[in-house]
Design a protein around this ligand. Structure first.
Ligand code: FES
Ligand code: FE2
Length: 340
Protein backbone atom coordinates (compact mmCIF):
# COMPACT_ATOMS: atom_id res chain seq x y z
CA UNK A 1 0.00 0.00 0.00
CA UNK A 2 2.89 2.37 0.72
CA UNK A 3 3.51 2.91 -2.98
CA UNK A 4 -0.13 3.67 -3.58
CA UNK A 5 -0.37 6.52 -1.10
CA UNK A 6 -0.64 9.74 -2.96
CA UNK A 7 1.97 12.22 -1.75
CA UNK A 8 1.90 15.93 -2.27
CA UNK A 9 2.37 19.16 -0.40
CA UNK A 10 -1.36 19.39 0.12
CA UNK A 11 -2.31 19.92 3.78
CA UNK A 12 -4.62 16.97 3.25
CA UNK A 13 -1.92 14.48 2.26
CA UNK A 14 -0.54 11.82 4.56
CA UNK A 15 2.80 12.66 6.19
CA UNK A 16 5.86 10.82 4.87
CA UNK A 17 6.44 9.23 8.28
CA UNK A 18 3.72 6.70 9.01
CA UNK A 19 3.90 6.24 12.78
CA UNK A 20 2.14 9.10 14.55
CA UNK A 21 2.91 9.99 18.15
CA UNK A 22 0.46 8.65 20.71
CA UNK A 23 -0.79 5.68 22.72
CA UNK A 24 -1.31 2.36 20.94
CA UNK A 25 -2.41 -1.06 22.08
CA UNK A 26 0.20 -3.80 21.58
CA UNK A 27 -1.30 -6.70 23.56
CA UNK A 28 -4.06 -7.82 25.90
CA UNK A 29 -2.83 -7.57 29.49
CA UNK A 30 -3.87 -11.08 30.46
CA UNK A 31 -1.87 -12.57 27.58
CA UNK A 32 1.32 -11.52 29.38
CA UNK A 33 1.46 -12.97 32.90
CA UNK A 34 4.22 -12.17 35.41
CA UNK A 35 7.40 -13.80 34.11
CA UNK A 36 6.24 -13.86 30.47
CA UNK A 37 8.25 -12.56 27.52
CA UNK A 38 6.59 -11.69 24.21
CA UNK A 39 8.13 -10.74 20.88
CA UNK A 40 6.32 -7.85 19.19
CA UNK A 41 6.62 -6.03 15.89
CA UNK A 42 5.09 -2.54 15.73
CA UNK A 43 6.05 0.85 14.27
CA UNK A 44 8.26 -1.03 11.81
CA UNK A 45 10.47 -2.31 14.64
CA UNK A 46 11.17 -5.44 16.60
CA UNK A 47 10.22 -5.03 20.24
CA UNK A 48 10.17 -7.19 23.34
CA UNK A 49 7.48 -7.01 26.01
CA UNK A 50 8.02 -8.64 29.39
CA UNK A 51 6.26 -8.60 32.73
CA UNK A 52 8.38 -8.67 35.85
CA UNK A 53 7.50 -10.93 38.75
CA UNK A 54 5.91 -7.95 40.57
CA UNK A 55 3.46 -7.56 37.66
CA UNK A 56 5.17 -4.51 36.20
CA UNK A 57 5.10 -4.52 32.39
CA UNK A 58 7.90 -3.25 30.14
CA UNK A 59 8.47 -2.75 26.42
CA UNK A 60 11.98 -2.38 25.01
CA UNK A 61 13.64 -2.41 21.62
CA UNK A 62 14.24 -6.08 20.97
CA UNK A 63 17.99 -6.23 20.48
CA UNK A 64 20.50 -6.81 23.23
CA UNK A 65 23.23 -4.17 23.12
CA UNK A 66 25.97 -6.71 23.74
CA UNK A 67 26.04 -8.54 20.42
CA UNK A 68 22.49 -8.07 19.18
CA UNK A 69 20.48 -11.10 20.25
CA UNK A 70 16.70 -10.76 20.13
CA UNK A 71 15.55 -10.62 23.74
CA UNK A 72 12.08 -11.78 22.71
CA UNK A 73 13.41 -15.09 21.39
CA UNK A 74 14.67 -17.11 24.32
CA UNK A 75 14.97 -14.23 26.78
CA UNK A 76 13.71 -14.98 30.31
CA UNK A 77 12.48 -12.86 33.19
CA UNK A 78 14.38 -12.81 36.46
CA UNK A 79 12.80 -10.62 39.12
CA UNK A 80 12.14 -7.36 37.30
CA UNK A 81 14.86 -7.93 34.68
CA UNK A 82 15.05 -9.66 31.32
CA UNK A 83 18.00 -11.96 30.75
CA UNK A 84 19.45 -12.29 27.27
CA UNK A 85 19.58 -15.89 26.02
CA UNK A 86 23.02 -15.55 24.41
CA UNK A 87 25.44 -14.56 27.21
CA UNK A 88 22.96 -13.92 30.03
CA UNK A 89 23.40 -10.18 30.29
CA UNK A 90 20.62 -8.79 32.52
CA UNK A 91 18.58 -5.71 31.54
CA UNK A 92 16.24 -3.62 33.70
CA UNK A 93 12.75 -2.62 32.62
CA UNK A 94 14.00 0.90 31.85
CA UNK A 95 16.49 -0.64 29.43
CA UNK A 96 19.57 -0.05 31.55
CA UNK A 97 22.19 -2.74 31.84
CA UNK A 98 21.91 -4.48 35.23
CA UNK A 99 24.46 -7.27 35.20
CA UNK A 100 27.13 -8.98 33.08
CA UNK A 101 27.45 -12.24 35.00
CA UNK A 102 30.91 -13.30 33.81
CA UNK A 103 32.74 -9.98 33.79
CA UNK A 104 34.62 -8.15 36.48
CA UNK A 105 33.02 -5.08 34.93
CA UNK A 106 29.67 -6.20 36.51
CA UNK A 107 27.63 -3.94 34.20
CA UNK A 108 27.99 -1.15 31.68
CA UNK A 109 26.35 1.79 33.37
CA UNK A 110 26.09 3.92 30.25
CA UNK A 111 24.28 1.31 28.17
CA UNK A 112 20.54 1.59 27.76
CA UNK A 113 18.21 -0.18 25.37
CA UNK A 114 15.39 2.09 24.23
CA UNK A 115 12.35 1.62 26.45
CA UNK A 116 8.80 2.78 25.78
CA UNK A 117 6.28 4.24 28.23
CA UNK A 118 3.77 1.44 28.79
CA UNK A 119 0.73 0.84 30.96
CA UNK A 120 -2.02 -1.67 31.63
CA UNK A 121 -5.20 0.23 30.89
CA UNK A 122 -8.50 -1.61 31.40
CA UNK A 123 -6.83 -4.84 30.34
CA UNK A 124 -5.14 -3.38 27.26
CA UNK A 125 -1.35 -3.00 27.14
CA UNK A 126 -0.82 0.52 25.82
CA UNK A 127 2.52 1.83 24.55
CA UNK A 128 3.46 5.45 23.90
CA UNK A 129 5.17 5.76 20.54
CA UNK A 130 7.12 8.87 19.63
CA UNK A 131 9.80 8.63 16.96
CA UNK A 132 11.87 11.17 18.89
CA UNK A 133 11.37 9.48 22.28
CA UNK A 134 9.42 12.35 23.84
CA UNK A 135 7.48 11.70 27.06
CA UNK A 136 3.67 11.29 26.88
CA UNK A 137 1.90 14.63 26.95
CA UNK A 138 -1.52 13.06 27.43
CA UNK A 139 -2.90 9.89 28.98
CA UNK A 140 -5.60 7.46 27.86
CA UNK A 141 -8.84 8.59 29.51
CA UNK A 142 -10.86 7.02 32.29
CA UNK A 143 -13.79 4.90 31.13
CA UNK A 144 -16.57 5.20 33.73
CA UNK A 145 -18.64 2.47 32.08
CA UNK A 146 -15.95 -0.06 32.97
CA UNK A 147 -15.85 0.92 36.62
CA UNK A 148 -19.44 0.73 37.79
CA UNK A 149 -20.33 -2.97 37.32
CA UNK A 150 -23.39 -2.18 35.19
CA UNK A 151 -21.59 -3.28 32.03
CA UNK A 152 -20.19 -6.68 31.10
CA UNK A 153 -16.41 -6.78 31.31
CA UNK A 154 -14.40 -6.18 28.13
CA UNK A 155 -12.40 -9.34 28.71
CA UNK A 156 -12.21 -11.98 27.54
CA UNK A 157 -15.47 -12.20 25.59
CA UNK A 158 -15.79 -8.71 24.14
CA UNK A 159 -12.63 -8.49 22.14
CA UNK A 160 -11.26 -9.08 18.66
CA UNK A 161 -8.07 -8.42 16.71
CA UNK A 162 -7.75 -7.99 12.95
CA UNK A 163 -4.62 -7.25 10.94
CA UNK A 164 -5.64 -4.97 8.09
CA UNK A 165 -3.74 -3.56 5.13
CA UNK A 166 -4.53 0.07 5.89
CA UNK A 167 -2.90 3.25 7.17
CA UNK A 168 -4.10 3.85 10.76
CA UNK A 169 -5.27 7.34 9.92
CA UNK A 170 -7.82 5.91 7.50
CA UNK A 171 -9.53 4.19 10.41
CA UNK A 172 -9.75 7.46 12.31
CA UNK A 173 -11.12 9.26 9.25
CA UNK A 174 -14.26 7.12 9.51
CA UNK A 175 -15.42 9.59 12.17
CA UNK A 176 -15.77 12.31 9.50
CA UNK A 177 -17.54 10.09 7.04
CA UNK A 178 -21.24 9.64 7.87
CA UNK A 179 -22.10 9.09 4.21
CA UNK A 180 -20.49 5.66 4.07
CA UNK A 181 -22.71 4.39 6.90
CA UNK A 182 -25.67 3.78 4.59
CA UNK A 183 -23.87 1.95 1.76
CA UNK A 184 -21.37 0.03 3.90
CA UNK A 185 -23.09 -0.48 7.27
CA UNK A 186 -26.77 -0.32 6.27
CA UNK A 187 -27.46 2.57 8.64
CA UNK A 188 -30.28 4.99 8.00
CA UNK A 189 -30.51 8.78 7.97
CA UNK A 190 -27.01 9.26 9.36
CA UNK A 191 -25.64 12.77 9.86
CA UNK A 192 -22.94 14.43 11.94
CA UNK A 193 -24.30 16.92 14.47
CA UNK A 194 -21.13 17.91 16.30
CA UNK A 195 -17.44 17.76 15.46
CA UNK A 196 -15.10 19.32 17.99
CA UNK A 197 -11.35 19.28 18.54
CA UNK A 198 -9.60 19.82 21.85
CA UNK A 199 -5.86 19.33 21.49
CA UNK A 200 -5.29 15.62 20.98
CA UNK A 201 -9.01 14.78 21.38
CA UNK A 202 -11.71 14.74 18.70
CA UNK A 203 -15.32 14.48 19.84
CA UNK A 204 -18.05 13.88 17.29
CA UNK A 205 -21.75 13.07 17.49
CA UNK A 206 -23.52 11.17 14.77
CA UNK A 207 -27.29 10.90 14.62
CA UNK A 208 -28.65 7.74 13.13
CA UNK A 209 -31.87 5.73 13.06
CA UNK A 210 -31.97 2.09 14.13
CA UNK A 211 -34.73 -0.19 12.92
CA UNK A 212 -36.08 2.28 10.38
CA UNK A 213 -39.26 1.04 8.71
CA UNK A 214 -39.60 -1.97 11.02
CA UNK A 215 -42.33 -2.16 13.64
CA UNK A 216 -40.00 -4.21 15.79
CA UNK A 217 -36.53 -5.78 15.72
CA UNK A 218 -34.32 -7.46 18.35
CA UNK A 219 -32.42 -4.18 18.74
CA UNK A 220 -35.50 -1.95 18.58
CA UNK A 221 -38.35 -3.98 20.08
CA UNK A 222 -40.53 -0.89 20.43
CA UNK A 223 -40.02 0.40 16.91
CA UNK A 224 -37.42 2.68 15.27
CA UNK A 225 -35.03 4.56 17.53
CA UNK A 226 -33.26 7.81 16.75
CA UNK A 227 -29.89 7.57 18.49
CA UNK A 228 -26.92 9.84 19.14
CA UNK A 229 -23.73 7.83 18.73
CA UNK A 230 -20.60 9.55 19.98
CA UNK A 231 -17.03 9.20 18.74
CA UNK A 232 -14.03 10.14 20.86
CA UNK A 233 -10.69 9.81 19.18
CA UNK A 234 -7.41 10.38 21.02
CA UNK A 235 -4.53 10.85 18.63
CA UNK A 236 -4.37 8.35 15.77
CA UNK A 237 -4.13 5.28 17.98
CA UNK A 238 -7.16 5.20 20.26
CA UNK A 239 -10.87 5.56 19.54
CA UNK A 240 -14.19 5.16 21.35
CA UNK A 241 -17.69 4.78 20.00
CA UNK A 242 -20.52 5.01 22.50
CA UNK A 243 -24.08 3.89 21.87
CA UNK A 244 -26.91 5.23 24.04
CA UNK A 245 -29.20 3.19 26.26
CA UNK A 246 -32.13 3.88 23.89
CA UNK A 247 -30.41 1.28 21.70
CA UNK A 248 -28.18 -0.55 24.18
CA UNK A 249 -25.69 1.34 26.35
CA UNK A 250 -22.30 0.36 24.97
CA UNK A 251 -18.70 1.49 24.93
CA UNK A 252 -16.56 0.29 22.06
CA UNK A 253 -12.80 0.82 22.27
CA UNK A 254 -10.53 0.43 19.27
CA UNK A 255 -6.81 0.88 18.87
CA UNK A 256 -5.10 1.18 15.51
CA UNK A 257 -1.48 0.19 15.86
CA UNK A 258 0.79 0.41 12.81
CA UNK A 259 2.71 -2.80 12.28
CA UNK A 260 4.86 -1.70 9.35
CA UNK A 261 4.52 0.26 6.12
CA UNK A 262 1.55 -1.84 5.04
CA UNK A 263 -0.39 -3.27 7.94
CA UNK A 264 -2.23 -2.07 11.01
CA UNK A 265 -3.42 -4.13 13.95
CA UNK A 266 -7.00 -3.08 14.53
CA UNK A 267 -7.78 -3.95 18.16
CA UNK A 268 -11.42 -3.99 19.23
CA UNK A 269 -13.08 -4.40 22.62
CA UNK A 270 -16.69 -3.78 23.51
CA UNK A 271 -18.80 -3.74 26.66
CA UNK A 272 -22.57 -3.31 26.83
CA UNK A 273 -25.07 -2.91 29.63
CA UNK A 274 -25.83 -6.16 31.40
CA UNK A 275 -28.99 -8.07 30.73
CA UNK A 276 -31.29 -7.73 33.77
CA UNK A 277 -30.19 -10.06 36.57
CA UNK A 278 -27.07 -11.32 34.77
CA UNK A 279 -23.88 -10.95 36.77
CA UNK A 280 -21.70 -13.23 34.64
CA UNK A 281 -18.69 -12.28 32.53
CA UNK A 282 -20.08 -13.44 29.20
CA UNK A 283 -22.62 -11.19 27.46
CA UNK A 284 -26.02 -12.76 26.88
CA UNK A 285 -29.25 -11.72 25.17
CA UNK A 286 -29.22 -8.36 23.40
CA UNK A 287 -25.72 -7.59 24.67
CA UNK A 288 -24.36 -10.72 22.98
CA UNK A 289 -26.17 -9.91 19.75
CA UNK A 290 -24.93 -6.34 19.77
CA UNK A 291 -21.34 -7.54 20.28
CA UNK A 292 -21.72 -9.83 17.28
CA UNK A 293 -23.28 -7.02 15.25
CA UNK A 294 -20.41 -4.64 15.99
CA UNK A 295 -17.81 -7.28 15.25
CA UNK A 296 -19.32 -7.51 11.79
CA UNK A 297 -19.69 -3.73 11.41
CA UNK A 298 -15.97 -3.28 12.12
CA UNK A 299 -15.05 -5.77 9.40
CA UNK A 300 -17.36 -4.19 6.82
CA UNK A 301 -14.90 -1.33 6.27
CA UNK A 302 -11.91 -3.53 5.45
CA UNK A 303 -12.61 -4.11 1.76
CA UNK A 304 -12.48 -0.41 0.91
CA UNK A 305 -9.41 0.25 3.04
CA UNK A 306 -7.45 -2.69 1.67
CA UNK A 307 -8.08 -1.80 -1.95
CA UNK A 308 -8.36 1.99 -2.06
CA UNK A 309 -5.90 4.67 -3.03
CA UNK A 310 -5.54 7.53 -0.53
CA UNK A 311 -6.23 10.79 -2.35
CA UNK A 312 -4.31 13.79 -1.06
CA UNK A 313 -6.77 16.00 -2.91
CA UNK A 314 -10.13 14.29 -2.58
CA UNK A 315 -13.19 15.78 -4.24
CA UNK A 316 -15.52 16.41 -1.34
CA UNK A 317 -19.10 17.66 -1.36
CA UNK A 318 -20.14 20.75 0.63
CA UNK A 319 -21.78 18.46 3.22
CA UNK A 320 -18.60 16.54 4.00
CA UNK A 321 -15.75 18.95 3.21
CA UNK A 322 -15.58 20.91 6.46
CA UNK A 323 -15.26 18.01 8.88
CA UNK A 324 -13.10 15.88 6.61
CA UNK A 325 -10.59 18.64 5.98
CA UNK A 326 -10.58 19.64 9.64
CA UNK A 327 -9.87 16.06 10.68
CA UNK A 328 -6.96 15.67 8.27
CA UNK A 329 -5.43 18.96 9.39
CA UNK A 330 -5.90 18.01 13.07
CA UNK A 331 -4.19 14.66 12.46
CA UNK A 332 -0.99 16.31 11.25
CA UNK A 333 -0.09 17.48 14.76
CA UNK A 334 0.74 13.87 15.71
CA UNK A 335 3.51 13.39 13.14
CA UNK A 336 7.06 14.70 13.47
CA UNK A 337 7.22 18.18 11.97
CA UNK A 338 10.04 17.26 9.60
CA UNK A 339 7.98 14.42 8.14
CA UNK A 340 4.97 16.44 7.03
S1 FES B 1 23.97 -10.75 22.86
FE1 FES B 1 22.86 -10.50 24.67
S2 FES B 1 24.19 -11.14 26.22
FE2 FES B 1 25.35 -11.30 24.43
FE1 FE2 C 1 -17.22 2.43 8.86
Amino acid sequence: MADELERSDSPLSLPRYRYATGWYQVAWSDDIAPGDVKKLHYFGQELVCFRGESGRINVLDAYCLHLGAHLGVGGVVKGEMIVCPWHNWHWNGDGSNALIPYSQQKCKKNLRIRSYPVQDWYGLVMVWHDRDAGEPYWQPPRVPELENGRYYPLHPHGRMLNRVRVHPQMIVENAADPYHVGPVHQGDDTATTSFEFKGHHLHATIETVYGKGKPSSWLTPNGPVQASVTYDTYGIGLGFVRFPSEVIGTVQITSHTPVDDEYTDYWFALASEREPGDSGDEPTGRAARFLELQRNVIRQDFFTWENMKYLASPNLTPEEAKDYMALRKWARQFYPADAI
